[in-house]
Design a protein around this ligand. Structure first.
Ligand SMILES: [Zn+2]
Ligand SMILES: [Zn+2]
Length: 212
């Protein structure tokens, strides 16, 4: 039997090359990654995006779930480059900006998910076990697998609401010099430092330890 949770599983051959790249990066396939994949594809289509080398594409994600890994792989909006902004409100909402076309789209997941695949009875049984907290690890993986296939089969507009929003330039990643914390001596971005009463400039953890 295949381990559906394995990023190298042969069961993934049915997926697009793009989705397989997301799985390889993320480590497993799951509904969260699938949401990110679907949004990335739609944003690419609507905004005519190319993989972002610098900060020409920006995504604001309102959650820090598995979905953001697909955005990093497919759009090149990454945590390190600063063009992936995570405002973690726990909302399944993503806004994609193109600085080149000065357009932006907001994607918000619709409520009322309904499984429509061919294993309806099995899926409902797994859901019930999940909700009641008695699902085994194997059942959880199977439930995620079925949901993923179902999400991939649905028209995008039944999963997400899409809205073009008024353009406003998203911020560029902040650049600042580093200096040594007066307490621990470790190099710290100048804009992140806290000034103590005595004028000493401290890193955040040191300031917290000193009760500042
Ligand atoms: Zn995941
Ligand atoms: Zn320090």
């Amino acid at each position: 039997m295949h381990d559906f949770n394995d990023s190298l599983s042969s069961s993934h051959e049915q997926f697009s090359e793009d989705l397989r790249r997301c799985i390889a990066f993320h480590g497993h396939i799951c509904p969260g990654l699938t949401y990110g994949y679907l949004v990335s594809k739609k944003a690419t289509e609507l905004l005519g995006l190319r993989h972002s080398k610098d900060e020409e594409v920006v995504v604001v994600s309102e959650n820090d779930t598995c979905a953001v890994d697909a955005l990093q792989v497919l759009l090149g909006t990454t945590a390190g480059k600063g063009n992936l902004i995570i405002n973690n409100y726990g909302k399944n909402v993503f806004t994609a900006f193109s600085r080149e076309t000065r357009r932006a789209f907001r994607f918000s997941r619709k409520s009322g998910y309904m499984y429509e695949g061919e294993h309806k009875e099995e899926f409902e049984g797994l859901e019930a076990a999940f909700v009641e907290g008695r699902a085994t690890q194997k059942q959880r993986i199977r439930q995620k697998w079925l949901k993923t296939l179902d999400l991939l089969a649905k028209p995008f507009d039944t999963v997400f609401d899409t809205k073009e929003i008024k353009w406003s330039e998203p911020p560029y990643a902040p650049l600042a010099s580093s200096e040594a914390c007066a307490q621990c001596g470790e190099m710290t971005m100048a804009t992140k430092m806290v000034e103590g009463k005595d004028g000493r400039r401290l890193c955040i953890p040191c300031a917290q330890l000193l009760g500042l």
